[in-house]
Design a protein around this ligand. Structure first.
Ligand SMILES: *[C@@H]1O[C@H](CO)[C@@H](O)[C@H](O)[C@H]1NC(C)=O
Ligand SMILES: *[C@@H]1O[C@H](CO)[C@@H](O)[C@H](O)[C@H]1NC(C)=O
Ligand SMILES: *[C@@H]1O[C@H](CO)[C@@H](O)[C@H](O)[C@H]1NC(C)=O
Length: 157
């Protein structure tokens, strides 16, 4: 995929996420309860994501563990899982502790991948586009839901 288009899409995702944060972060909004990051709890939850990733990777021939195209879907779900668990206990994502955990997972699975053997090239476009568009649609959906809910409460009040 064209690197320029890819950066534009990333920017779009970023902007949508920020506007999503601002919409939901308003005082009196749906998420007015502000969680404080509980790092202990986060470090307890993250290994669940690691186990899920390990289960998926074990189904794959170990020879394919260095081929990004083969495991990018698993890796994406692992990454989303860590983000979800971190946010769920009120932590920003990424954060240094979560990154430490992710690095330990990298060591576990990719320690034998030399830089020539690991294929960190662009995965096929269709996969990339799917991975990029899912969060865009989710965020857009959440924004419309919040807007819809606030309009609804205006009507009701
Ligand atoms: C954080 O989570 C741990 C483990 O569940 C719990 O024992 C602790 O009380 C929590 N700390 C705060 C500040 O909520
Ligand atoms: C990586 O996996 C893809 C999809 O199975 C395959 O087309 C490609 O040839 C593999 N690359 C290497 C270096 O093995
Ligand atoms: C890396 O190679 C060593 C020695 O061959 C092996 O014992 C180990 O299981 C391998 N680790 C991974 C993640 O493939």
């Amino acid at each position: 995929m064209d690197k320029y288009a890819f950066s534009l899409l990333l920017l779009l995702v970023f902007l949508l996420s920020v506007s999503g944060l601002m919409t939901t972060g308003q005082p009196g909004g749906l998420h007015s309860v502000r969680l404080v990051c509980n790092e202990t709890l986060m470090l307890q939850r993250l290994p669940l994501c690691g186990e899920e990733f390990e289960d998926l990777m074990k189904r794959l021939d170990t020879k394919k563990w260095c081929n990004l195209t083969e495991f990018i879907m698993f890796y994406d779900s692992f990454s989303n899982c860590t983000e979800f668990e971190a946010n769920n206990v009120g932590c920003f994502w990424p954060n240094p502790l979560a990154e430490g955990f992710i690095t330990s997972i990298h060591k576990q699975f990719f320690s034998n991948c030399t830089s020539e053997r690991i294929v960190w090239e662009d995965p096929p476009d269709e996969i990339l586009i799917t991975l990029i568009l899912i969060p865009v649609f989710l965020t857009a959906g959440m924004i419309s839901l919040v807007v819809w809910c606030s309009k609804r409460s205006d009507i009701l009040v």
